[in-house]
Design a protein around this ligand. Sequence first.
Ligand code: ADP
Ligand code: MG
Length: 444
Amino acid sequence: MHIGNKVIKNLKKELSNRDWNRYMKNLTYSPEESNNHVAQFYVPNILLAKWIKTKYKFQLAHLFELETKLKTHILVSPKQEKSPENEKKKFNNIHKKNQQNSTILNPSYTFESFIVGSSNQFAYTTAKSVSEKPGSIYNPLFIYGGVGLGKTHLIQAIGNHQILLGQKVIYTTFEQFMNKFTSHLRAKTMDRFREHFRECDILIIDDIQFLSGKEKTQEEFFHTFNELHQAKKQIIITSDRQPHKIKGLVDRLKSRFEWGLMADIQPPELETKIAIIQKKCEIDGIDLNQDIINFLASNMGNNIREIEGAIIKLNAYAGLMNQTLTLEFAHNVIKDQLIEKQKNISIDDIVTFISKELNLKFSDIKSKKRTRIVVRARRIAIYISRNITSSSMPQIAVYFGMKDHTGVSHAMKKVSETMDSDNNFKVFLEEIINKINQHSKIKN
Ligand code: ADP
Ligand code: MG
């Protein structure tokens, strides 16, 4: 066996299934182009090549050294298809342009590996349109939503798509942007900083919520934003909340963000969670039976990163203990991570409670009656049901006799808006939720 292939085999032993399947599966060694000092590897595209060079170069070199006692220089290149001359040019261009990217993008974050459900449909669709026509329709694109719901995945999917088209993409977290800014400021090399950011075709800034109190960085970002926007370069931003809820965001940036399009990602529906878990298992080469998948989806929280962590943990345990995965085994392994859901609170309980609290008839809240007071009570009931029961939006829609989940989603939005604008209402709602929770504890 060629030494390089042996190294690949050894590397496989050191990596998790997940990393192997995501990044290395298609790594090949080229003996013809290698010698005692240089090892040439190929992967299908530039995204993977960059990722492997950054993350695994030393590990590969080390494995060579173990075999040959020689220092080996590792080369990882994207496979060059035998293509016409202009294709080649485009390809070289991609290579050159993307050499100075700030942070490399995870090649497994693509649109294909992103599962779409009603919770992220809008964000997905807008991200897709932006990746097809960057800089022209929604600029900036502002995606917001809770932790682990797929924001970074989605924006890196746009970035990856654009890199393959030969665009220069800069991806950075707000924190990295700030650190870079501070060090250039200190080194008096601000022109280089500015040049770097203004030379890109697409600027992606992740997790902008951390900007509070960083006025100087915000000001610099404001200028970067304006120049790129004027030059019709696409800007993509994420945050865990909407701009007007980010503490310390300066007004002029806030208004810039509002020029573009806001898209939110909501916690995934059960069906979407199941589909995501299935997809992850498929990509990562992990074999979980449907019972376990359903169990994870319905008993873990909405943070997909945590669910992924649980899948990996389960798989690793099963491997170590040489056990097949049973539901019971799964339950034991991840019992600390299971959420305690108030399964015993039903939508009926919530409507009963609200009807008493607001002095309304139970049947009115459940009916289609449109008086202002009843509509308000119904919205509250919907909001609370979605938050403290495990009912999905479609299930809640059925309960309230609505055509589909859009009515539920509308009610949720209205309640959130009122909470934002009216603090008394917010306090009132929190009290009701507390009381319902108390009540259910007594009931148990
Ligand atoms: P965020 O940036 O919102 O905190 P991430 O984008 O880092 O979340 O997502 C956390 C993990 O969950 C990632 O591994 C991502 O691939 C996965 N994930 C989240 N949503 C989806 C989805 N809809 N389809 C596939 N994977 C998803
Ligand atoms: Mg993120």
